[in-house]
Design a binder for this molecule. Structure first.
Ligand code: PGA
Length: 240
């Protein structure tokens, strides 16, 4: 694991965006694995600016998102579909047919899960962006998820629902289920960048880097990946 210690959130976002920009420049047809949540917002902002400066183009980039809520539709303001269009896809020259966000249509969810996984198995991700939950989840692979899991439907951890309550009016409104890439999908990526900012991530970051590899702390599996860069600010790294 390569660890880049940054001063603050801006710095984390800057370092992460430099790596993503470099990836797209080296291979304009890169397959990117994308994350949502509050952590990558500024990273996407930086990528949009690089696109506006004509430094990079997304025309031939292929993207696969990590996860999506089940129980709210794609038009809901908190769906990851809306998030991705708001922060990145509607602001750059992404080709719509190259965008993959798990569809959350409940009537077809089993089929969708299977097809998303098949698609992922056909397109190896060149660079996967990850955040980390305060409980050590990556994607929505909650503590206790088997490392062998591929794309699946997950019941969200209470901690995750509480952490994400800030985006909804009440805890009741936070979806209880999601579709997520499994650990096995994530581990097949050629390169991984994990970003974390803030004191609430400090425990998870400490256990991910210094703890034993255990399904109780899903991010700990990254110790076994050959090309992982952890980008953290001072607070997230304060227990190292
Ligand atoms: P956050 O979420 O970026 O909103 O903190 C990260 C995650 O849960 O993976």
């Amino acid at each position: 694991m390569k660890i880049i210690k940054c001063t603050d959130y801006e710095d984390v976002s800057q370092k992460a965006s430099e790596l993503v920009i470099q990836q797209i420049k080296i291979n304009p047809k890169s397959v990117l694995g994308l994350a949502t949540g509050s952590t990558p917002i500024k990273l996407y902002d930086n990528l949009v600016k690089a696109y506006q400066r004509k430094e990079i183009s997304f025309k031939n980039v292929l993207s696969y998102n990590l996860d999506e809520y089940i129980g709210i539709n794609r038009e809901h303001s908190q769906s990851y579909y809306q998030y991705m269009y708001k922060h990145l896809f509607s602001l750059v020259d992404m080709n719509k047919k190259n965008i993959h966000i798990p569809n959350n249509d409940e009537k077809q969810i089993d089929k969708i899960t299977q097809l998303y996984n098949e698609d992922l198995n056909k397109h190896q991700i060149d660079l996967q962006i990850l955040g980390i939950g305060s409980n050590g989840h990556i994607g929505f692979n909650e503590p206790g998820t088997p490392f062998e899991n591929e794309t699946f439907i997950v019941e969200l951890d209470e901690q995750t629902r509480k952490d994400n309550k800030r985006f909804f009016k009440s805890l009741d409104e936070v979806p209880k289920y999601a579709i997520t890439m499994g650990i096995k999908n994530i581990m097949r990526s050629k390169k991984i960048i994990l970003m974390a900012s803030g004191i609430e991530k400090a425990n998870a970051i400490h256990k991910m880097i210094n703890g034993t590899v255990t399904e109780d702390l899903p991010a700990s599996i990254l110790q076994r990946h050959p090309d992982v860069t952890i980008i953290i600010d001072q607070l997230a790294g304060s227990k190292l």
